[in-house]
Design a protein around this ligand. Structure first.
Ligand SMILES: *Cc1c(COP(=O)(O)O)cnc(C)c1O
Length: 386
């Protein structure tokens, strides 16, 4: 039986939640969405939470509300999901691709500072793979250069920097509740806002330029970025098992890493220690992730490569984006990283099977490397130096 790369944990709670919305006859944004916003606000300790249709639109909305657009530059880590930077381009501003830390793959603040110009208006730290960025350094940089901070906490549910939840440090925090995130509404997202008047601007923006529904009088221009109560009901069910999901994710990572500790040619990324982490996927670093992925899929085990560096994306061109200094570590992360199956209903036996296959491939690769070295020695009479 095929082992998927990811499966969410969906059950009776979600089914009943959807049915309750259907029988209440209220499908659009309403009481379930308000309830979810309130629960999230309490959980992350942030006064204003606004649900939006997805994480990419959360980032787009945050930038637009902060007045970012044509002529502006926004610092974005080169290693993140495409949506972090496409949201910038779609406002008319240009993302400036900045290198990341070699160990935790989050924004390298020194590289970010080197890319600042008088057109730079904002920075988007990404709490990638469920680990916080160094928010102290990000906030210092932002203050020094007068930049807005829009946090991409799409993978950040349950993640903290120190004892505060990610997404609550900057001007606006952006969450995603896509199907493979720590909690899901299918498609969905949220804005975390501390400042009351900024939160009001976000509401105008997402609610067709009105603060309240049920009126045909609109004070401003705005988009319709509302979520449906069908989705929020699923979110409430998911929120109910959030701590169990987080525990499950951590246990899965422990189970894998325990079995792979001494696997040849395989490196386990280490935690940066900034706060509580919630693994997005179980990640490993190897010399040939494409080869390992191909071997695993032959055995019906699906994996996923790391993010493709943004500056190499066909969609980003010198016309719509900026590269001031070629990144090294985003490329290296892509060239070495592999996300192992991290479905929330994986069994111990499945984890063992996947680890057995990984070990088989890595041991064969190590033997091939040894053999090549021995042949080289025989040919040249001296050890190969690289
Ligand atoms: C998922 C994700 C997004 C986009 O969220 P969607 O809800 O899929 O639009 C943005 N940034 C990161 C880091 C993500 O993982």
């Amino acid at each position: 039986m095929k082992i998927h790369e990811f499966d969410p944990l969906l059950g009776r709670e979600e089914s009943l939640a959807v049915l309750s919305v259907l029988s209440a006859n209220w499908l659009t944004e309403g009481p379930k969405t308000r309830e979810l916003e309130e629960k999230l606000a309490a959980y992350v300790d942030c006064p204003h939470v606004l649900m939006v249709p997805n994480g990419t639109l959360a980032i787009f909305a945050a930038l637009k509300v902060l007045g970012i657009g044509t002529g502006d530059e926004v610092l974005v880590p080169d290693f993140t999901f495409f949506g972090t930077a496409s949201a910038v381009v779609l406002t008319g501003a240009k993302p400036v691709f900045v290198d990341v830390d070699p160990y935790d793959f989050t924004l390298d603040v020194k590289s970010a500072e080197a890319a600042v110009t008088d057109r730079t208006r904002a920075v988007i730290p990404v709490h990638v793979f469920g680990q916080a960025c160094d928010m102290t350094s990000v906030l210092t940089l932002a203050k020094k250069h007068g930049l807005f901070v829009v946090e991409d906490a799409a993978q950040g549910m349950g993640v903290t920097f120190g004892d505060r939840h990610v997404g609550t440090f900057g001007d606006i925090g952006c969450l995603s509740f896509f199907a493979d995130k720590t909690m899901t509404t299918g498609e969905g997202g949220a804005l975390f806002v501390r400042d009351e008047s900024l939160a009001r601007e976000c509401l105008y923006f997402k609610n067709q330029g009105r603060l309240h529904r049920g009126s045909f009088v609109h004070d401003r221009l705005g988009y319709n970025f509302r979520l449906t109560d069908l989705q929020s009901a699923v979110g409430l069910a998911q929120f109910g098992k959030l701590s169990a999901t987080i525990a499950r994710k951590r246990a899965l990572q422990t189970a894998y890493y325990h079995r792979l500790e001494d696997c040849p040619g395989l490196q386990i990324p280490r935690a940066n220690g900034f706060g509580e982490t919630v693994p997005f996927r179980v990640n490993v670093l190897v010399d040939n992730p494409a080869g390992l992925a191909a071997f695993l899929i032959e055995h019906e085990v699906a994996t996923r490569r790391f993010f493709y560096p943004l500056h190499r994306q066909p969609a980003f061109t010198p016309e719509n984006s900026i590269l001031r200094c070629p990144p090294v570590y985003s490329v290296r992360a892509f060239e070495r990283g592999l996300m192992l199956p991290s479905g929330l209903n994986l069994t111990e036996a499945q984890v063992s099977r996947v680890c057995g296959l990984i070990r088989e491939y890595q041991e064969a690769a190590a033997r091939r490397a040894d053999q090549a070295e021995a042949e080289q020695e025989m040919l040249t009479g001296c050890p190969q130096t690289t």
